[in-house]
Design a protein around this ligand. Structure first.
Ligand code: ATP
Ligand code: MG
Length: 360
């Protein structure tokens, strides 16, 4: 039984000797020096062209297509993207669980490829699937994790008690984890990731499957971590989670990061207002008509509605009404809202995250 992170056989750097090896090491060292120079003192992660491809009999998938990331110490950094975007693959690489196919990274002050043990010591990783065993009591899971990281038994026990209290799990600590609710189990997963006091914690979809109340509670836990100085790098499908929780968000799709910014900065990219209009009859006619108007920046069909990005919703709404009415189209619904991260996602990727997941 083991709650330790998956182990990965790393390719050691080639031994010195031979012109080719010397050349390899020379360019390697140069690359590392370049990355290190570019790192601001507060960077906890910096990657350059990090990539990962998977090859199977069915072909090759470029899961992560060369990404450059910069995460600052102390922030909650969110990776937002649809299924298959490459989020978990990126996290697994940064957590030393999967060797990259290309590129380099500095994680928590250590070189990902050359110092994986050091990276592992300094980070915590909570996988998408969770890591607790059903028949083991929560406290034992925590103690075991501490022991795997070399903590003396007494220290591991003390830390386990402290975490059970901090994560509001004290009353369940001595019960097998199969008796926990989804939210309690997810909190225990986070405790397992925090046992050895990492300065950087990776959380892969910490709130998927939780009810809104448990999700809000989890957000509080993550905020508490930040308040205690832990940097949190999480993935999520939930737009409102990224909005409410993350200091910065990266939108990932098809293995690439299309945009990075604070939720406010990202929403500002979608200037103006969003108007959703649905008409009786073919939506395409309404879309074409509206797309031609000068005040409409973008018009997209969305199911039986048209989503319009306009300069000024309150003043443009009457014009929209007049136009559709003039064209003999009967309006079923008309609403206006401020841009959301969903709109940013839609503009960046051409798709709605809500459609992908049926949630959000
Ligand atoms: N071990 C593997 N072998 C082959 N392909 C893989 C493997 N792991 C991931 N992939 C592929 O890589 C791509 C990215 O997968 P990844 O798990 O990183 O996505 P994700 O963004 O985490 O998705 P989700 O939101 O569903 O968790 C997908 O196309 C996936 O099928
Ligand atoms: Mg994933």
């Amino acid at each position: 039984m083991c709650t330790a992170p998956d182990t990965v056989a790393f390719q050691p750097a080639p031994a010195t000797g031979g012109e080719q090896d010397a050349g390899y090491l020379c360019s390697w060292n140069l690359l590392i020096r370049v990355i290190s120079r570019r790192m601001a003192p507060s960077d906890i992660i910096r990657t350059e062209s990090l990539s990962r491809r998977f090859t199977s009999r069915r072909g090759t998938v470029l899961a992560v297509a060369g990404i450059d990331l910069q995460v600052s110490e102390g922030e909650i950094y969110g990776f937002l993207g649809p299924n298959g975007a490459g989020k978990t693959t990126t996290l697994r690489m940064l957590a030393t669980l999967l060797p990259p196919s290309g590129g380099t990274a500095i994680v928590a002050g250590a070189d990902l490829l050359r110092e994986p043990a050091l990276v592992r010591e300094r980070i915590g990783y909570v996988s998408q699937a969770g890591s607790s065993f059903p028949d083991v009591v929560g406290r034992d899971e925590l103690v075991l994790q501490g022991r795997l990281y070399g903590m003396p038994k007494a220290d591991a026990k003390r830390r386990a008690t402290q975490l059970l209290n901090d994560l509001d799990l004290a009353e369940f600590g001595d019960r097998p984890t199969k008796t926990y609710s989804g939210g309690q189990r997810r909190r225990l997963d986070i405790g397992i990731g925090l046992m050895h006091l990492p300065k950087l914690l990776f959380l892969d979809e910490p709130t998927t499957g939780l009810d809104p109340q448990s999700r809000a509670r989890m957000w509080d836990e993550v905020r508490k971590l930040r308040a205690h100085g832990t940097t949190v790098f999480l993935t999520t499908h939930y737009l409102e989670e990224a909005d409410a929780l993350c200091d910065r968000v990266a939108i990932m799709d098809h293995g690439k990061v299309s945009v990075v910014g604070t939720p406010v900065e990202l929403k500002k990219q979608v200037a103006g207002d969003v108007v959703l209009v649905s008409v009786e009859g073919p939506t395409a006619i309404a879309r074409t008509l509206l797309a031609e108007q000068r005040f409409v920046r973008k018009a997209e069909e969305e199911g039986s509605s048209v989503r319009l990005y306009v300069e000024n919703g309150p003043t443009d709404m009457p014009a929209i009404l007049r136009l559709l009415d003039g064209a003999g189209l009967v309006i079923r619904e008309l609403s206006m809202s401020r841009p959301s991260l969903d709109d940013v996602f839609l503009i960046q990727t051409g798709r709605s995250l809500r459609d992908e997941n049926g949630q959000g």
